[in-house]
Design a binder for this molecule. Structure first.
Ligand code: NAP
Length: 544
């Protein structure tokens, strides 16, 4: 059977009906039943309680292996399993220590499905390297992964926790904490951005981690950023490795496979790149208005009809040649071409307090972290399309947001500016954030009016930033590729200058729209397909 991480989406060439049929059959073959126990405080029938009932009902339509029982929070079983929050959903508590505090809503639905499959199969599906690290843990770890339903990075991290808990049931006690349902816990842990992971009350991860890094962070009880595998990786031979699973990479995958190239996409973070965290997209042809994550899901399903996607895996090194050798954190590819579609990373302000309070009120993702600030006061820094789109998103969510822009004119499209005015969102013009202050969480910002040189403080619960992106050129630099003066990969029709190495999307510059990134991906695949049939580097050799 496929890895449970692959089961959250329909597989290659599969319709939705076929996917559901496969799920049913997978559930049927599972050796174990899955008891689910929900604990609810008497008289507290909130939306999370109702959501749990609905979600469980939907899954029980797929399988009779799920047994569901409800208990009051003062039931003796609550004491036995130390349940204190309402609602809490326990998954097979006699065998594992896995619980949801809240409900697996939105993005977490995927995690929940994968949890049911892993628990039913009694298999963690962790890779061997991660497993080896986990086995070194010799005392229990109480793990809390804070998530929100709209966070596209959260399922990966929550699933890491589930896999660890299934692999080491005696050592890993997992709580997946929905911050919207549990603001008290979010406050206690100063978890003001998601995903955020604690083990034995120590912060071990901000953001989504790979399986190996997650396990290493649990073992060491401090956040890790580097994992070096100590065995020879699996070898895969194919025609094309695409680095990056945003619109450029996904589209390139579709075009490459349709041309007959055996291709794989490798993405270290969430699929979809920046689009995954864009609240609403209104200018991608064919969609008048679509949520960024919904658009990503559609693109990923489409890409999976053709190409393999290795998500949560990092490309560590690329050695050009024939074959090109690509070393990832899990395997080695011998391939004919590599397409760098590594996108861009969000910029930082670089002011005092920003780094220290990151995740504690400083946020770069309104889609992920917005729900924590409902009813609270925040600022959004920036004046481009992203800042305005995200300020509108926060406003509509019920957050009291003020836009802070360093000039007297916005860079955003007129249409968005009009929406901003219509929503009545206040704007502080000619204003720069000089410092972000607060002890354990953001409390105020120091502002400078760059026209009058006056400084002032503004009390705020959060500082959101959307001040543009820098191209992600780490691998390109390692390869010694030339960059433009603006820092993008220099290219000629997506050819980088090194035979077999190509580029597409935001990392090569251009208009940085979803539709143009997808176009760049398609074009790059067609160029490299033609080159592989008729290599330009061989022609050059023959000519000389
Ligand atoms: P952007 O267009 O580069 O805008 C960045 C904004 O941040 C600018 O207003 C800039 O101010 C401000 N800024 C930059 N550095 C700053 C600093 N150190 N301190 C304070 N402010 C700073 O970035 P973006 O809005 O993320 O958009 C990126 C790309 O994606 C663009 O091509 C955009 O069109 C596209 N996009 C499109 C849509 C859409 O079409 N709906 C949505 C999102 C993004 P100045 O104006 O003074 O330079």
């Amino acid at each position: 059977m496929a890895n449970s991480r692959d089961m959250g989406n329909p597989q290659q060439g599969m319709s939705e009906q076929q996917y559901l049929a496969q799920l049913k059959s997978t559930f049927m073959q599972m050796p174990n039943d899955i008891p689910l126990y929900m604990f609810v405080q008497k008289g507290k029938e909130d939306m999370f309680v109702q959501a749990n009932r609905q979600i469980v009902r939907a899954f029980r339509e797929l399988t009779n292996k799920i047994a569901f029982k409800e208990f009051s929070l003062d039931h003796e079983l609550a004491k036995k399993w130390n349940v204190t929050h309402s609602p809490t959903l326990l998954v097979a508590p006699e065998r594992f220590s896995i619980r949801w505090l809240g409900a697996p809503l939105g993005e977490e639905g995927r995690t929940f499905l994968e949890t049911l499959l892993l628990v039913g199969m009694n298999q963690s599906h962790l890779n061997e390297e991660a497993r080896k690290v986990l086995r070194k843990i010799d005392s229990p770890r109480d793990v809390k992964v804070f998530v929100s339903p709209t966070c596209p990075y959260c399922p990966q991290q929550a699933l890491n926790g589930v896999q660890a808990a299934v692999e080491m049931p005696d050592m890993i006690n997992l709580e997946i904490v929905d911050i919207q349902c549990n603001p008290d816990l979010a406050e206690k842990y100063s978890a003001h951005s998601v995903p955020q992971t604690y083990a034995n009350d120590i912060l071990v991860g901000q953001g989504a981690q790979s399986q190996e890094i997650f396990c290493l962070s649990l073992q060491k009880l401090e956040p890790q950023s580097v994992f070096i595998p100590d065995v020879d990786a699996e070898l895969v031979e194919n025609d094309l490795v695409i680095v990056g699973g945003g619109p450029a990479g996904l589209t390139a995958g579709i075009y490459a496979v349709r041309s007959g190239l055996n291709s794989a996409i490798v993405e270290r973070e969430a699929l979809g790149g920046q689009v995954a965290t864009t609240p609403i997209v209104e200018n991608y042809t064919g969609f008048t208005q679509v949520g960024g994550k919904t658009l990503v899901d559609i693109m990923v399903s489409h890409a999976l009809q053709y190409t393999t996607i290795f998500q949560g895996e990092e490309v560590l090194d690329i050695q050009p040649g024939d074959p090109v050798v690509v070393q990832t954190s899990r395997r080695k590819f011998h391939t004919r071409a590599v397409l760098l579609a590594t996108g861009a990373v969000h910029r930082h302000l670089g002011v005092p307090g920003e780094k220290r309070l990151s995740g504690k009120g400083v946020s770069y993702c309104s889609t992920c972290d917005g729900p924590i600030f409902v009813g609270k006061k925040v600022i959004m820094v920036g004046g481009g399309n992203s800042a305005v789109t995200e300020a509108l998103h926060l406003h509509h969510m019920g957050v009291d947001v003020t836009l802070v822009h360093r000039r007297d004119k916005l860079r955003a499209q007129d249409y968005l500016i009009q929406n901003l005015k219509d929503a009545g969102i206040p704007v502080l013009w000619n204003t720069e954030v000089q410092e972000i202050r607060g002890e354990n969480k953001v409390q105020e910002v120091l502002l400078l009016n760059n026209q009058t040189d006056e400084t002032s403080t503004l009390a705020t619960d959060g500082v959101f930033m959307a001040i543009g992106y820098s191209p992600a050129v780490e691998l390109a630099q390692k390869l010694g590729l030339q960059l433009t003066p603006d820092g993008f990969i220099k290219h000629d029709r997506h050819r980088t200058g090194i035979p077999g190495i190509y580029t597409a999307g935001d990392v090569e510059g251009g208009y940085k729209q979803i539709v143009t990134a997808a176009g760049q991906g398609a074009e790059a695949s067609m160029v490299l397909f033609e080159d592989l049939l008729n290599p330009y580097w061989m022609q050059k050799k023959e000519a000389s």
